[in-house]
Structures are given as structure tokens and as C-alpha cells.
Design a protein around this ligand. Sequence first.
Ligand SMILES: Nc1ncnc2c1ncn2[C@@H]1O[C@H](COP(=O)(O)OP(=O)(O)OP(=O)(O)O)[C@@H](O)[C@H]1O
Ligand SMILES: [Zn+2]
Ligand SMILES: [Zn+2]
Length: 804
Amino acid sequence: MNIASIVVDVPARQIDKPFDYLIPDHLIGVIQPGMRVIVPFGPRKIQGFVTGLKETSDYKQLKALIEPMDLTPVLNNELLALGDWLTETTLCYKISAYQVMIPPALKAKYEKKLKLSSTANLEELPFDIQSIFNNQDTVSWEEAVKLSSLSFLQKEAAEGNIEIQYIVKDRVKKKKLKAIYSLLSKEQLSFEKENLPAHVVKQKKVIDFFLHSDSPVEMRELLSALGVTTSVIKGLIQKKILAEMEIEVYRDPYEDRNFTRTEPLPLTEDQENSIRPILASIEENKNETFLLYGVTGSGKTEVYLQSIQKVLQDGKEAIVLVPEISLTPQMVRRFKGRFGDQVAVLHSGLSVGEKYDEWRKIQRQEVKVVVGARSAIFAPFQNLGIIIIDEEHETSYKQEENPKYHARDVAIQRSIKHNCPVVLGSATPSLDSYARAQKGVYKLLAMPKRMNNQSLPAVEIIDMREELRDGNRSMFSRTLLEKIKDRLEKKEQIVLFLNKRGHSSFVMCRDCGYVVNCHNCDISLTYHRFNQLMKCHYCGYEAAAPKHCPECNSEHIRYFGTGTQKVEEELSKILPEAKVIRMDVDTTSRKGSHEKLLDQFQEGQADILLGTQMIAKGLDFPNITLVGVLSADTMLHLPDFRSSEKTFQLLTQVSGRAGRHELEGEVVIQTYTPEHYSVELAGEQDYRKFYAQEMIVRKIHKYPPFYYISLITVSHEELLKAVSVTEKITAYIQSKLSKDSICLGPVASPIPRINNRYRYQCLIKYKREPELNKSLKKMLDNYQQEIISGGLQISVDVNPFILM
Ligand SMILES: Nc1ncnc2c1ncn2[C@@H]1O[C@H](COP(=O)(O)OP(=O)(O)OP(=O)(O)O)[C@@H](O)[C@H]1O
Ligand SMILES: [Zn+2]
Ligand SMILES: [Zn+2]
């Protein structure tokens, strides 16, 4: 096998395929599929992934690859195949599919440099060149371009005076530490110790240590354990008793933390019934997807833990996905507490180096479990026994950039290869998953009761319109305020939740709660402050913002929104004695601050935890007995067909923070639309009723799970160009669709201009279009030239979650 097929790192459509390269003799046997290599490509040297090896090629004059970047493959065969699948299902480039599966540290960074050619003599070159190089033989490309013109450089390069050099470098160095080990056997060590003069006590102490230790010891550790200085060790090294070496260490982000070991709990009946089919599936190597629908506080995590335990007993591995915001130390502790060092953790809070280290532990099979956010689904395990996705309804499992994959789909794809089960867990399953469970595509496992039969907290819905009518203009209803005061007296804790998404963007009447909706789409219009217009982002309808409420004629109609800071100020005015911890993007941007604030709250250093989405889930604190939702509706009016679903999920999750242990919990939800079914049913905490209601709405409006959707977004600096391309694409796609499918567009995107580029879109709704991806790909190929040279951008999102 002396030919390698290589996908090179040039994200462009005509290059999106493997190219054949010759493997130089000295590298035959070294180069393997899944390795990264440096190859010549045109005048450049770039990075590529080896996708396969072969004996013959259809091409005659093959270039030779230059060198490998890895000594072992970074992608195994399963992941290489998964890359092909990603390419087909999300319509991304092969290179993007491979890149997304490896840790960011491995993503090559090219440095482009301008170099004097070896034959050139600087003194004889034109003055301009001399001034660029300024007595050095290489300068950075940016610098050279700044000092000169491209055409001039081109001319000089043609004459052979200068050349371009590409330097590819890995971003991260492995972390190394000095370690000390013994060169002698135990007998020899004893002998040396006897022979040392009586007064060299410290050297004897060190030898003693190595008489009882077999492995190398980190220098720092040795010094502090024995209370000796480096000179003592150096002395022994000189005597050839000890030696020094470098060991690779992992940057363990949880290094200084001790995890108390936990034992499996005796399961409740619900848990027992849910885990049985999962264990059977593990036992029989069956590929099945389970939907574990368990109310908040029903003990889903224990089911995960004991399923993983079984997998580990069978010598296999487990992936656990958790949404980024609930990947808290509390969460990590639960897994590390049960499985200790067998657990690697991957989340965005880690430095690039830390992520790389965790990834390598997986690759070297030094760990058996990974707990991580979305991208951990690509963990390079080779013998998966289970994949668990907690809070499966979370939209953050969908990646919004290329490749636009959904972790749930990837999980199922991987589970097929590994013949293992997938467990999707949630207290508020996504409509899509629950519908699949209803149809029997997924197996439904239900845990309808809380631990120890604790009841779900009582929820009271407060109509803020009435508060206003009764003269209360504050952001706290009288009921909520009373209950807060009560908890402050009892020294119990309070969570106040402010939904910040959708800030200021819709128009609402404060007297009657009326929100201005689109005529055609049943979705709220978005307010544009600059021209006082309200617009529909689905169909393009627009109208002027009303001065009076069309419903009740009140003048109190305006765009809506409040910030956490404002709430904090108001709290300090009306309840100066209350200690408040505010958690939002501003207070948690520093590394570790998220954790610190939660710890403070858990230790009882504050009475009220005030925050946005990031406090909605995962918290399991015994002393929280009151949850207040300040404005339940802000998300309801986002231009998104999933807004009711998201509202219901969020309200249910937040409510679930109260009364999880001995103390009973209460929830107050403040709203301007108490009659909306997602608010009402969140109050009743009735998922099934909500599901039934929402399915009707989706069916009427032809949205998922009844229809699939795909979104094409076109952008260009010129408005007319964006429109005309979108028009052509829409017509083309429409001609390829069956009669039952719907193509909505062209219409301006919800965000019609970004960075001075105009954006237009076309939304496709369909039930069955097996050829759609092919047509979309063909359309992209067709515009390839304009995409490269004409500044056109076309993005295709198959199954989009954000329709902006
Ligand atoms: N079998 C058991 N016996 C005793 N306590 C248990 C058992 N299973 C779980 N618990 C405890 O019950 C509490 C709630 O469990 P857990 O947090 O796993 O619920 P959950 O279903 O994940 O809830 P949420 O969806 O709200 O995160 C935890 O404190 C957990 O330690
Ligand atoms: Zn009104
Ligand atoms: Zn509309």
C-alpha cells in the first residue's frame, strides 16, 4: 500500500474529495488512515487527513506526501466513516466533518511567511525588497503585504527572488514534568544506603523512599514529601543511584478536588422498571433508543450511573452528554464520585490544553467514561456500551455552525456501529422525541414520581395585568413579594428567574397582555426600534408599531423586557436586608465564577439566587423552597415555532428546582398571558397535556414533528443579488419537490443584514423527499464559482433550530 487517499484542508466544494498521494518509501507502514499529514497542494504545503490506503491510482503523476503530523491516527475507522455520514446528512465539507471530531488543540494553524529564496542575495535585490526584509531572511506575510503590493511580490516571486512558506503548527505542547526514578534494584539500593556515611541523613531518606516505591515520582512531590532540597537529589543523580526523566502529565482541571466516593443507591420501583430494559439492551448488545421521561427530581441520574456501571463491568465505555450550562461541578461530582479516575470531562470552560489532555486520556483508553457537552459525542472510544443524553430537549445539542449536526442523530448513528443503547433523558422531552416514542421508534421509560414520593411543588400563576390594574407597577407581584418575605424570615432560600432571551423584541400591551402577531403565521412580530416597524420573520409581513392597543385601546403598549441588573436594584430598594447573588453572563464570565457563586449560595451565604437561563436546571439544593419566575412570556413571543415548547420546558425545569428534598416547594409564575396553554400547563406541570395540545398546533401549521424542515439562507453585500439568487434557488428547489412539500420564500431573514450583508431565506417543509439533499448539493455546486469569487454565501441547514 504505497498510495494514500487524503482529504486536504481547503474548505471548497471542488476540493471536497480525497486526493491520491504517493507515500515515500521510508513512510510506508507508518502512514495509516485517520492520521493527519502534511502534503504539497499547488504551491503550498497544507494539512490533510488520510482516509484510506491503496495500491493503485487512476492518476499517473502523483505527488508524494511530505510527512505525518501524528504518530497514531487521530480518527479511527468508525469516526472516519462517521465523517462521511456527517458530510451527507448535514451537507458540510469532508474536512469540516473531520475537524469537528478532533479537539481544537489539533486544529492546525497556518502561519504564512515570506522568505528570501536560498539563491537570492539581499544586497542585489530592489530597494523595496530590502526594506521589507530588513536584514532578516523571513518576514510575516501580513507585514510584507503592508509594506508592499501584491503584484510587486508576485513579480519578485516569479523571478525567483522570494517564496512563500507555510508553517503549520500544532497549537498545544504536551505538558511535561521532571520526575525521578531509581537506576538500581532494591538490593543495590540497600547496599548503597549502608555504604553512605552516617551524616548524610537526607540522601538516606531519599533512598529509603525509593526502597518502597517502584514508579517514577514527580520531583516537586518528592521534595515536598521528604522535605529535602534539589541538591540532595542532584547528589544522588551524580552518584548514578537516581536518574531524572520527563514525564507527560495531564492538566487535570479537577486536580485539587477530592471526590467523595458514592455507592449505588437501592433503586426505587420506578427506577427499577426503567433500568431493566436498558440493562437488558446492554447485556444483549442491542441497538435501541430509549426515552427516559422522568419528572424533575425523579432520580434519572442514578439510572444513568447504574447503567454505566453495567457497561464498565462488561469492559465497555460510556458517553454522557450534558448541556453546557448544566455541566456544573455538582454534575461532574456525581460521575467522578461514582467512577473516580475513569471519568474524563469535556466542556468549553476548559482551556485548549486541558481539553486536549482529556481527549488523549480517552484516545489512549485510560478512561472509560466521558461526561461532556455536545462535541463529546465524538469521543474516540472504540468499544461503546452506552450513550446517554441528559436534558435531551436542549437546543444546544444542535450545532449552529458547519457541520450543522445534532448530537442526538450522531449518538444514534454511533450506537448502530457499536450495537449499544442510547438513552435520552428529560423531564420535558422534546416534542420530536416524545412523538417518536409514541410511534414506538424510541422505547418510552417513564418515571412520573419524585424521589420519596415528594410532590411536585405547588405552582401559582399570577396575572400581571391585574397587578397593574390594582396599581402595582413594580416587577414583583404582591403574592411573590409576600412569599419572598416569608422565606427570608424562615431562613429558607429563593430562586428568582428572569428569562432574558427575547429581550425587548416584541410589542405587548401592559394592560391586557395583547401581543401583536402575524396574520399569516401565528407568530409574534418582532419590533425594530430604528424604524418603529414590526415584522414577521417567516412570511415577511410588516406593520407599524401601534400607538394604542388594538384590543383594549390602552396606551401602555410597548416593546417588552427587563434585565437582571434592574431586578437586583429593585430588590435592594424594597428588601434591603436580603442577600442576593446575581448570576448572568456578566457575573459569570470569569473562569470558575459560576461555580463560586453556586457554592456561596449552597453554603447559605445568600437568600436569593437571581439569574437567567443558567440557573434553570441541574440545581439540586435542599434549602430552596420558593421559585419565582418574573416574566414567563418573554420567550413565548420569539419568532420561532418552538417558542411554546421552549417556554413550557423552561418553566417546568425552573419550577423543578423547588422542594426537591425534605422541605416542600412553591412556585410563583408571573405572566401577562396566563391563558396561554404553555404557561397554564407548566402551572399544572402536565407534560402529556402540553404535548397533546402542542401537537395539534404543529399539525395545523405544518411544522415538525409532522413535517421536516430545511432552511436555505443566502447572503450578499448587494440586496438585489441576495434576492435574485434566493429567487432562483427557490424556483429550482420547488421544481424538484413533490406536490406535498412546501417552499416558503424568498423572504428576508429574521436578521436581514449582518455585517453589511443582506440575508434572504427559503424555508422548505416536507414529509418525504429522499432526493432533497442531492438537489441541495447540486444547487450549492452550481453556485460554487460565485461563492468563491463573487462574495456570495449560501448556508443550508437541514433541520434548523434557529431560524434567524
Ligand atoms: N434510589 C434513590 N434513593 C435515594 N435517593 C435517590 C435515589 N435516586 C436518586 N436519589 C436522589 O434524588 C435526588 C434527585 O435525583 P436527580 O437529581 O437524579 O433527579 P433528576 O431526575 O435528574 O432531576 P432533574 O431532571 O431535575 O435534574 C438527588 O438528590 C439524588 O441523589
Ligand atoms: Zn391592551
Ligand atoms: Zn408571517
